[in-house]
Design a protein around this ligand. Sequence first.
Ligand code: PLP
Length: 389
Amino acid sequence: MERAYLDCNATTPLDPRVLDAMLPWLRDGYGNASSLHWFGQQARAAIDEARGEVAALIGATPQEIVFTGSGTEADNAALRGVSGSARAPRRKILHSTVEHHAVLNSARALAAEGVPVETLAVREDGVIDLDDLARKLDDQTALVAVMLANNETGVVQPIAEVVALAQRHGALTLSDGVQAGGKLPVDVKALGADLLTLSAHKLYGPKGVGALYVRRNTKMTAFLRGGSQERGRRAGTENVAGIVGFGRAAALAREALAGGNDTRRIAELRDRLEARLLSIDGARLNGARNPRVGNTTNVSLAGVEAESLLMALDLMGVAVSTGAACAAGAVDPSHVLRAMGLPAERVQSSIRLSLGRFTTEAEIERAAAAIAEAVARQRSMTSSARRAG
Ligand code: PLP
């Protein structure tokens, strides 16, 4: 069966050029980067080069990049790290309601330990409510966490404005850039965020490698303790091949962004797919059309049960996603769409499609046709069940 993979926000395929860069470090380059001999120094040099590439992708200096074991770890490290060095009365953490669970659940854990945590509302289009932020910010706020691009809707947040408000009260800003890295130009200096997170597998790199950007002189405690790797911020023998892969992926992403063709092609395909979906009766776009990353669309299809649609599409060879999280066997509807105030039926009828560098026109055509067919089939089944009932 010919398959269409439209779930690049969940993960992207490894770019073959990234694999080529990684293989020598899995095969022969087995030195421990902390060793003083030749083997160790080869690995150290490869990590340093990758650090430069990841830094360049976001306009940081190499010293400001800490490699982690995932985007999730980077988010955890940022919240825990700032909270760990915060001193009363400045301890409060503010975060948006549409953050990834890596931020939400880290904040929840800190709240359970007694850290004051408050949430920031978003508007119906998924954009942060800056008035709510202005109301909740005070001189006791240590950290404001607002993601750069949302994983479910692709909506891009006005981080520079968030930072300006936070700075007025002396608070630090964390921006989860996992879904923005490689999809739009990110310049940490222009954004002004103190902390920003990335994940390699969202930009055609390997899984299990992330990065935390920490602006120079930002005070935070170490998350993992042990050796002095990553300047003491994140102990543990480095995943050399993974980090090298991340570096290569970042370099390729920078090249693609500078050229513009890749990003434009993806956005055009997304727009074409989105137009096809929105032509289905009862279809509506979720979240702001702009600003949005160019690869993502999130659409609700009235009267359709998204989980069943996803399964039907999977059988037809089309991979999409719903924002729902599966926790302990129960399906928890998208917290993002709920936070945007969408009614429960609309949340439960929403699917996310996310494209990437390797998405083809044929995949888009196949997916659009399959979705139209599966929606029609589900609707006719529902209406005949209703008639029978
Ligand atoms: N933050 C966002 C916005 C994400 O979309 C994801 C992954 O889906 C993460 C963090 C977690 O990254 P990782 O999969 O590397 O743990």
